[in-house]
Design a protein around this ligand. Structure first.
Ligand code: NAD
Length: 247
């Protein structure tokens, strides 16, 4: 579906980003695997190459505007174009009630999960103006509903959904489509490493489908949004949540 397309994926060293990078490469894309974690980024590239795909690691911290600018510049130098971007890098942040939430934790989550997506768009869009493109921002079910003890995460993800709509309107007539995705809880290090067995079981119970999601299941939705199969879709928010939001 993505033969010869050039795609940047942030946070592609792990979880949903890594699964997306692998799927894009299988579909023929040249994949820029970007991640702040060099070891994870490089091993994702090695795995893609082992399967016969094309990928290249570029280190970038999504929360820094100048590193987003450099990421796009280096991508254009390496592959000569930018057709697809997946703004996926994100963290969970501290768990605490709003009245006690650590100020530095708030700032870190907003900087990476919300400002990071804006900085991505800020430099990806100009690179797509000539040919058009597709941008997918990874929000969450918590981009359209709340939960206790993660105020920064919930605020950032609602922000990503809104930013996606605003930017999509501006570039709809320039052939740049911009959409967001809202995963339910997915079995990735972000979720599994922060919770014990009881808490994980409680999370499963929130999904009518009776299990957590797999990164590959989110990657399939991202692939559809990245490809021309979704050519009439822009400004939309797509949950993939095992029924979580239907309740
Ligand atoms: P993950 O922890 O497995 O992977 C995230 C990757 O982002 C890591 O490789 C990490 O090194 C990288 N990263 C972190 N901060 C960065 C920064 N400042 N700059 C560049 N890279 C950075 O997480 P995941 O579960 O795959 O999450 C990916 C995205 O999906 C996040 O935006 C997350 O909020 C969202 N999401 C996850 C779930 C879930 O249940 N796992 C649910 C909804 C949304």
């Amino acid at each position: 579906l993505l033969e010869n397309k050039v795609a940047i994926i942030t946070g592609a060293g792990s979880g949903i980003g890594k699964a997306t990078a692998e799927l894009f490469a299988k579909e023929g894309a040249k994949v820029v695997v970007s991640d702040i974690n060099e070891a994870h980024g490089n091993s994702a590239v090695d795995e893609i190459k082992k399967e016969g795909g094309e990928a290249f690691y570029i280190k970038a911290d999504s929360s820094k505007p100048e590193e987003n600018e450099a990421l796009v510049k280096k991508t254009l130098e390496k592959y000569g174009a930018l057709d697809i971007a997946v703004n996926n890098a994100g963290i969970g942040g501290p768990l605490a009630a709003t009245g006690e939430y650590p100020i530095d934790g708030w700032q870190q989550v907003i900087n990476i999960n919300l400002s990071g997506v804006f900085y991505g768009l800020r430099y990806q869009i100009p690179a797509m103006l000539e040919k058009g493109g597709s941008i997918i921002n990874i929000a969450s079910i918590l981009g359209s509903t709340g939960t206790k003890f993660s105020p920064a995460y919930v605020a950032a993800k609602h922000g990503v959904v809104g930013l996606t709509k605003a930017a999509a309107l501006e570039y709809a007539d320039k052939k740049i489509r911009i959409n967001s995705v809202g995963p339910g809880y997915i079995k990735t290090p972000l979720v599994v490493s922060s919770l014990d067995k009881t808490a994980l079981n409680a999370l499963v119970g929130l999904h009518p489908i009776g299990r957590l999601g797999e990164s590959e299941e989110i990657a399939e939705l991202i692939l559809w949004l990245a490809s021309s199969k979704s050519s009439f879709v822009t400004g939309s928010y797509y949950p993939a949540d095992g029924g979580y939001l239907a309740q």
